[in-house]
Design a protein around this ligand. Structure first.
Ligand code: ADP
Ligand code: ADP
Ligand code: ZN
Length: 214
């Protein structure tokens, strides 16, 4: 099963993608997580990506497409994978399709987690991330057991630099300009499914599993 998660920043793509990956035993591939790991490790890619991320801009396609195409060619992706945060532009979607077509493959589902901008601002303001293991929490909707400490690994949880209110507005604009057109792109391919992302995490998940099957 090859799945794409679509949706605005903060819509809950990552939260759902982790649960889907676990249930269907497929790898969860988050370009944001890959970039953050590179930033943490001080790689060249990390240095370049950070400049864009901190401004709420997209990392250029040249730095992003090959990374994903190489990742999905790995052995653990043989039975499928879930992409979270990729593609985010039409050229990225085309690069993904071109890579799959070479092996006579295609994506199976593009799931749009639909959340209006008003809700997004609260979601991102309350999001706390563990930069050590990638776990995500919310101060109100999904708090850690011990305040400020990751449930998984005990590291500090932080407000991501790009989740500060001034950057969130930029990211929403970038989403509407560059990423939202993908909804029509996948609708035309007949693989688009939409879920109401304003519901509780569990309800969103059960709507998604109803689409994907048991
Ligand atoms: P969110 O989960 O809030 O949408 P992500 O972790 O997916 O955020 O991404 C954080 C940032 O990383 C983005 O704002 C962007 O700068 C960069 N990024 C992640 N994925 C991509 C991508 N596919 N193309 C370009 N930039 C990306
Ligand atoms: P994305 O990957 O789309 O940027 P996340 O999965 O990181 O989004 O979720 C953004 C924030 O909203 C996180 O703090 C997360 O805990 C919280 N969140 C996710 N899904 C829901 C939901 N259904 N209801 C309330 N809060 C949610
Ligand atoms: Zn952690």
């Amino acid at each position: 099963m090859k799945i794409i998660m679509l949706g605005a920043p903060g819509a809950g793509k990552g939260t759902q993608a982790k649960m889907i990956a676990e249930k269907y035993c497929i790898p969860h591939i988050s370009t944001g997580d890959i970039f953050r790991a590179n930033i943490k490790n001080g790689t060249e890619l990390g240095k370049k990506a950070k400049e864009f991320m901190d401004k709420g801009l997209l990392v250029p396609d040249e730095l992003t497409c090959d990374l994903v195409v190489d990742r999905i060619a790995k052995d653990d992706c043989k039975n499928g994978f879930i992409l979270d945060g990729f593609p985010r532009t039409i050229p990225q979607a085309e690069a993904l399709d071109a890579a799959l077509v070479k092996n006579n493959e295609k994506m199976d589902y593009a799931i749009d987690v639909d959340v209006p901008d008003e809700n997004i601002v609260n979601r991102m303001g309350g999001r706390r991330a563990c930069l050590n293991c990638g776990a995500t929490y919310h101060v109100v909707f999904n708090p850690t057991k011990v305040e400020g400490k990751c449930d998984n690994c005990g590291s500090d949880t932080v407000l991501r630099d790009d989740d500060k209110p001034e950057t969130v507005q930029n990211r929403l604009k970038v989403y509407h300009d560059q990423t939202q057109p993908l909804i029509e792109y996948y609708n035309k391919q007949n693989i688009l499914k939409s879920v109401d992302g304003t519901q509780s995490m569990d309800k969103v998940f059960s709507d998604i599993t109803a689409i994907l099957g048991e």
